[in-house]
Design a protein. Sequence first.
Length: 234
Amino acid sequence: MSSQTPLLHDHHGKSDLHQALIERITRELTSGIAKNGKASMVVSGGSTPKALFEKLSHVDLPWEKVTISLVDERWVAPESSDSNEYLVKTHLLRDKASDASFIGLKNSALTAKDGVIQCLQDISVLSQPFDVVLLGMGDDGHTASFFPDATALDEALNTDAACIAITPPIAPYERMTLSRKRLLDTRSLLLHIEGEKKYEVYLEAMKDGEVNTMPIRTMIDQQTLPLEVYYTKG
C-alpha cells in the first residue's frame, strides 16, 4: 500500500493561516460533538501556536464538551514556563475555551519513565479516535518528541502503547510523548508551520531519507490518513 500524499494548504500571512486553522478545528470539533456528544483535540507546544491558541479561545463552541491534551510534554513542573501544559493553559484554556477539560501528560513521578503507567491511565479517557491532532515541527525535523537520534525513538514510532518516555539527545529535559500509533488514531492530522525556514525543512523531509534524521517523515510517509500541512512562508 502506498503512502498517503500530504495535502498542502498554503496561506498568505499568519492571519489567513490562523483563520483557516480555526475554521478547520472548529468544524472537526463541532462534528465530533454532533456525532458523539463530545470531542477531543491534542495540541503541540512551542512558540508557533501561541497566537492561534489565543484566537481559538474566543471561538463560540460548546467547550464543556471538548477535552484537550498534549502531543508531548517536557518533564517539568506544570507551572514552569517550559511546560507545554502551562502554555496551553495560558494561551488556549481561557475566555470561552476555559470551559474545556484538560488532561496533562506530566504527573508526580520523578522521571518520565517512572510516570508512564500513570500517564497511560490519565489519557485512557481520551476518545478514540481523536477529532484533531495539531502537530508542530522543529527546525531539525522533529515532531512531537520524536527527535533525531533520540533514545527510544524507534520504540516511540513502533510501540502499540499510547505514550512513551523519551530523551532528546540535545534538547533539554526528558519528555513524555504520545506514540506514533496513538497520534495517527485521529480523524484529522494537521501540521502547523510558519516561516520560510520551516517550509524548507518540510520540503527536505518530503525527499527520500531516513526517518531517524528527520522524524517528521514518519507522519508524512504512512498509510493511515493524509497529513494536512497548514503553512505560510510569510
